[in-house]
Design a protein around this ligand. Structure first.
Ligand code: 5GP
Length: 194
């Protein structure tokens, strides 16, 4: 029997929707799911570790890698650059491992244009008011930055119909259940290529 390729799962969500926590828990919960670590030019937030949360690099280094076509996709988000390193992911998929990318909508749409077979999941916050509250409570952003994030969130939510699944993050545990169910169902699918 031919060896199965891994499945690429792409998760997007507006900033402050709890996506990072969900993705961290998801890879702990689901067997054989590998989370890709993105590269970014943004400085680490308190508590973030290089090589675990992101690979933090300077802008000239990012541009060099971009020119060398080392990224599967990249995007400029809130004035900083983010990208998914290509080589390792393609290798993991080829050897049959499932890979989870947690990226913004621009990046997800770039992957769609590449016609790579992938499963697209959008995480919705319960409401924009709740999102505002979460961003304020996180207290990592200025009022101006929160306003900007909410505006981008509105634009991203408007594009959620391009995704295969929408999961509302009302309660962490039930959102996790839904995400796990999606992964299990996709793994049981008879035909992969859409
Ligand atoms: P944050 O700075 O809050 O960690 O992330 C800001 C946004 O950038 C989030 O929507 C996050 O999903 C997105 N992001 C993180 N890594 C990547 C990546 O490799 N590519 C793209 N396109 N977006 C990313």
């Amino acid at each position: 029997m031919k060896k199965k390729k891994g499945i690429l799962f792409i998760i997007s969500a507006p900033s402050g929707s709890g996506k990072t926590t969900l993705c961290t828990r998801l890879v702990e919960l689901v067997d054989s799911l590998y989370r890709s670590i993105s590269m970014t030019t943004r400085p680490p937030r308190p508590g973030e570790k290089d090589g675990t949360d992101y690979i933090f690099i300077e802008k000239p280094e990012f541009m060099k890698r971009l020119a060398r076509k080392e990224f599967l996709e990249w995007a400029k988000v809130f004035g900083e650059y983010y990208a998914t390193p290509k080589k390792h992911i393609l290798h993991m998929l080829k050897r049959g491992s499932d890979v989870l990318l947690s990226i913004d909508v621009q990046g997800a749409m770039k992957i769609k244009r590449l016609k790579l077979d992938a499963v697209y999941i959008f995480i919705l916050p319960p409401s924009l008011d709740m999102l505002r509250e979460r961003l304020v409570n996180r207290s990592t952003d200025s009022r101006e930055a929160i306003k900007k994030r909410l505006e981008i969130a509105r634009q991203e939510i408007a594009r959620s119909d391009k995704y295969d699944y929408i999961v509302v993050n009302n309660r962490l545990e039930s959102a996790l259940d839904s995400l796990r169910a999606i992964i299990v169902a996709e793994r049981c699918r008879v035909k992969r290529d859409r």
